[in-house]
Write a protein that binds this ligand. Structure first.
Ligand code: HEM
Length: 496
């Protein structure tokens, strides 16, 4: 028995070794540098067994290969390329979009909530994205702003009534605002904003990087066949609760027959129009409750985690830089005075300094650390003339580009002036992308900016912020794609 076990161990180790050699040769033959620390599982090994966020391991590679346009990474049998040169990145995200239109993740069929825009691919992605885009036009955002404004006002009252929430790490507290605002935008406003909603719990649990979730995520990246074979369903546990909730919302909206300018309105109108058709491919998709629930589910996740992250980053930086805080509060207070305390979509859009401060906070602390794509047609990347075959997984830095002195002088210095009207055109477009780039960029970008800004305006009008970085300095929580700052407390001091 012992001998059999020993032989199995030797066979497995030999296979791992040979797989590593294969991966190394695969990229070396293409003239591409290879990350040799773990030739078989690449960055995913360290991510699984150690405590850092995945983007931190990629950042190490970024610094280790400063002159390489791309670096091959071990990923069992899926060729994986970490693309670090801006021209190549531009090529993947935009110029050669047709070759890289895939997100790099293929959910299993029965994982209904994973059928959302982020994870859909091909003609179905195109069709659903097209049909959801009207939710994010200026006209729609303008008519939806009242929802965010109300959530922000209610949030300030909530903080005033609960002084214990005004100390410590405010990430969870900010998430409660974000969930109230996104839930109201998706499901419709109620008379009072809901800050302890069960949807917040869903949003938090679905992005929580537990060991099980990290293993599933690693398998999804390392081997699609294994992911399919194990039939891993990443959002199954939320399906019944969430789909039932959306069904109720749609049903009620149809019965009420009123317009609230939110996501539920879009659902009703899509269902009334019948099958959605893509004229190019001929694909027809029914806007079922399940398909619409999957979109709402991702909007909820995106409206909570990364949006809270953007707000946290802004308040953290503002709380460290009193001169920036003073100037920003001056802009906000003057705006309140000028508009008799009535803040509208247009008023927010014209707050130039707020935009500069938030943009710079998101440069230093982007909510998402890196992007992923999969090659769907053989092609060549221009810098280094790198042949990329169909099936190759691509990873693209965000955090690393934002912190590279080649593109952002004195990158660790918080300086909102980088984003002033005169200066912002000096930033090479592709080296600043907190919301991604190209045809698969964040469809909710303007919604998210508006939501975060509406919260920040009321917060900074009513409180001052004092940031306290705890002993050991800023740290990052172990996360799959997010950049989640920890070890920082922010105190809220009432101003009025
Ligand atoms: C500050 C908050 C947010 C940040 C930082 C953020 C960032 C991102 C990033 C980096 C991507 C990937 C883009 C790419 O691959 O090029 C993305 C995709 C996406 N985001 Fe956001 N996001 C935020 C909020 C939102 C909100 C509130 C919504 C919806 C209400 C949303 C909806 C989406 C969707 C649907 C996609 C997938 C797009 C596609 O694959 O076509 N996001 N987001």
């Amino acid at each position: 028995m012992l001998i059999v076990l020993l032989l199995i161990c030797i066979a497995v180790l030999t296979l791992i070794y040979l797989n590593g050699i294969y991966n190394e040769n695969y990229w070396r033959k293409r003239g591409v540098a290879f990350y040799t620390k773990n030739k078989t599982l690449g960055v995913f090994w360290d991510f699984l067994i150690k405590r850092r966020a995945l983007f931190e391991y990629l950042h190490d590679i970024y610094k280790e290969y400063p002159n390489e346009p791309a670096v091959g990474i071990g990923s069992i049998l899926t060729p994986t390329l970490y693309v670090r040169d801006p021209l190549n990145i531009q090529h993947v995200l935009a110029t050669d979009f047709n070759s890289f239109s895939h997100r790099g993740f293929e959910p299993n069929q029965d994982d209904l909530l994973a059928g959302n825009i982020l994870f859909l691919n091909g003609a179905k992605w195109k069709l659903v994205r097209q049909k959801m885009t009207p939710l994010f036009t200026s006209v729609k955002l303008k008519s939806m702003y009242y929802i965010m404004d109300k959530s922000a006002k209610d949030f300030v009252d909530y903080l005033k009534e609960n002084p214990k929430l005004r100390k410590g790490d405010p990430f969870t507290t900010l998430s409660t605002f974000c969930s109230a605002a996104i839930c109201a935008s998706v499901f419709g406003v109620t008379t009072k904003s809901v800050f302890d909603s069960p949807f917040l719990d869903v949003a938090q649990r679905s992005t929580n990087a537990s060991l099980k979730r990290n293993i599933e995520f690693a398998i999804a990246n390392l081997s699609e066949p294994l992911f399919k074979l194990l039939n891993i369903q990443i959002f199954k546990e939320f399906e019944s609760f969430f789909i039932t909730a959306i069904k109720q919302v749609i049903h009620q909206r149809k019965a009420e027959n009123v317009k609230k300018y939110d996501f539920a309105d879009i659902c009703v109108s899509l269902q009334n129009q019948g099958a959605m058709k893509d004229t190019d491919s001929g694909l027809e998709v029914e806007p079922t409750d399940e398909l619409l629930a999957a979109q709402a589910f991702f909007f909820l996740i995106a409206g909570v985690e990364p949006t809270a992250s953007a707000m946290f980053a802004t308040l953290m930086e503002v709380g460290k830089h009193p001169e920036v805080q003073d100037r920003l509060q001056k802009e906000i207070d003057e705006t309140f005075d000028k508009h008799d305390n009535e803040i509208s979509y247009d008023v927010v859009a014209n707050m130039e300094y707020l935009d500069m401060v938030m943009s710079e906070a998101m440069r230093l602390n982007p909510a998402i650390g890196f992007l992923t794509r999969k090659c769907v047609e053989d092609t060549v990347l221009p810098t280094g003339n790198i042949k990329v075959n169909k099936g190759t997984n691509i990873m693209i830095p965000i955090y690393e580009l934002h912190h590279d002195s080649k593109y952002h002088p004195d990158p660790e210095v918080f300086n909102p002036e980088r984003f002033s009207a005169e200066n912002k055109n000096n930033i090479l477009d592709i080296t600043y992308m907190p919301f991604g780039k190209g045809n698969r960029n964040c469809v909710g970008m303007r919604f998210a900016q508006l939501q975060a800004k509406s919260g920040l305006i009321y917060l900074l009008h009513n409180f001052s912020f004092n940031t306290n970085v705890l002993a050991g300095g800023v740290k990052y929580r172990k996360e799959q794609i997010q950049v989640r700052v920890t070890n920082v407390d922010i105190e809220l001091i009432p101003r009025r």
